[in-house]
Design a protein around this ligand. Structure first.
Ligand SMILES: Cc1cc2nc3c(=O)[nH]c(=O)nc-3n(C[C@H](O)[C@H](O)[C@H](O)COP(=O)(O)OP(=O)(O)OC[C@H]3O[C@@H](n4cnc5c(N)ncnc54)[C@H](O)[C@@H]3O)c2cc1C
Length: 326
């Protein structure tokens, strides 16, 4: 069960390859009113995977434009098929999308801003860089990429920021030292981060370790591939003899709901915690892929976010669904 989303029809106007693995899409809703949206907002796109409708979120690149919504999609190889679906679209294709929504609030009254992007995480950060550069704010962008050839928007960012753009390309041996970076930031600096989960974990530890308030680190991740390989696992329902198999390509949330063990959910990204249920026993290992629970809560294994988290082996859960209460 999920809260209702309002879909609006739109057309794919054009595409442009930004790197061998990243493609930009310009999408124009049929009724387009060019209302400004907070930078870093995203839209949801209805994609088709194995003939079934699914939703994937994509950050809007840059500030609002009369041309339409710009997104950039990385072709994910180890994937259920959302990005593959996007990549096979040709200009003129019809799409259903949602209106922009924002997950990260930017406080514009700070003196210093630090922007950090890891790989495709540059998409929501670019608009913030644009807006801050235009305001003449003291901003620096650290962009961590595998190689410059893999990176998107390097020329645009260099033109916008000059030497306030620092590229950390791992094939050039330039790794981003988050401890040193955060130690050098003045108190009161606001950091906006978007990158993979492991990089976010490192950023959170370094941020706290260097004494900055956690509320001054604002972040978004695009969903996590976790620390264990994505494989099938089994879920036992407490107080029943039901045991479900969660296949590699489906979430625990989807399987529980499809089997009649209803779990409410909202974001489906491991951020809101609404789909969390109790874990009663673990015969194997849980791979917590959410950003909702603290490290301590994850270690205790008392709850699991069913939308993104997975396991190895068999776990026993309590969905709190009581047949006599339905
Ligand atoms: C707010 C937001 C903004 C985003 N913005 C962008 C953007 O600007 N550009 C962009 O390219 N992407 C963006 N994403 C990610 C995007 O929504 C998709 O997740 C991405 O395109 C991959 O989709 P997919 O179906 O191809 O891959 P998925 O199947 O979703 O695979 C992605 C990863 O999840 C793992 N995985 C595979 N199966 C499962 C499973 N059953 N359960 C859990 N994990 C699994 C895979 O190992 C893989 O590493 C954003 C996501 C969010 C939440």
């Amino acid at each position: 069960m999920r809260f209702v989303e309002t879909w609006i029809p739109a057309t794919l106007v054009s595409t442009r390859d930004l790197s061998p693995g990243i493609r930009e899409f310009l999408i124009r809703p049929d009724q387009f009113d060019v209302t400004a949206y907070p930078v870093g907002s995203h839209i949801n796109v209805s994609v088709t995977i194995d003939g079934l409708p699914e939703t994937r979120s994509y950050s809007l690149v840059g500030e609002a434009s009369p041309r339409g919504f710009t997104i950039a999609v990385r072709r994910a190889e180890d994937s259920r098929g959302g990005s593959r679906y996007m990549w096979q679209l040709a200009p003129g294709a019809r799409l259903d999308i949602t209106r922009p929504a924002s997950l990260v609030a930017v406080d514009w009254a700070r003196e210093n801003y630090c922007l950090i992007a890891g790989g495709i995480g540059i998409t929501p950060i670019l608009g913030a860089a644009q807006a801050l550069a235009r305001r003449g704010a003291n901003v620096i962008l650290h962009y961590a990429v595998r190689s410059r050839a893999d990176a998107a928007y390097l020329d645009e960012l260099a033109a916008m920021l000059g030497d306030r753009l620092v590229v950390h390309a791992s094939d050039e041996g330039k790794r981003l030292d988050l401890d040193a970076l955060f130690a050098s930031l003045p108190k009161g600096a606001l950091t906006l981060f978007c990158g993979p989960m492991r990089m976010l974990d490192a950023a959170r530890h370094a941020w706290i370790g260097t004494g900055h308030p956690l509320s001054d680190l604002r972040y978004e991740t695009f969903g996590s591939s976790g620390t264990l390989p994505t494989e099938a696992f089994r879920v036992r329902l407490k107080g029943s003899d039901v045991e479900l198999e969660i296949p590699r390509e489906r979430s625990m949330l989807d399987v529980l709901n499809a089997s009649g063990f209803e779990v409410i959910s909202d974001c489906k990204r491991g951020e809101c915690g609404l789909c969390a249920i109790d874990v009663v026993a673990v015969d194997g290992e849980i791979d917590h892929r959410d950003v909702f629970f603290s490290d301590h809560q994850k270690q205790s294994n008392a709850k699991i976010c069913t939308c993104v988290s997975r396991a190895r082996g068999t776990i026993t859960v309590d969905t709190l669904l009581r047949a006599d209460a339905v």
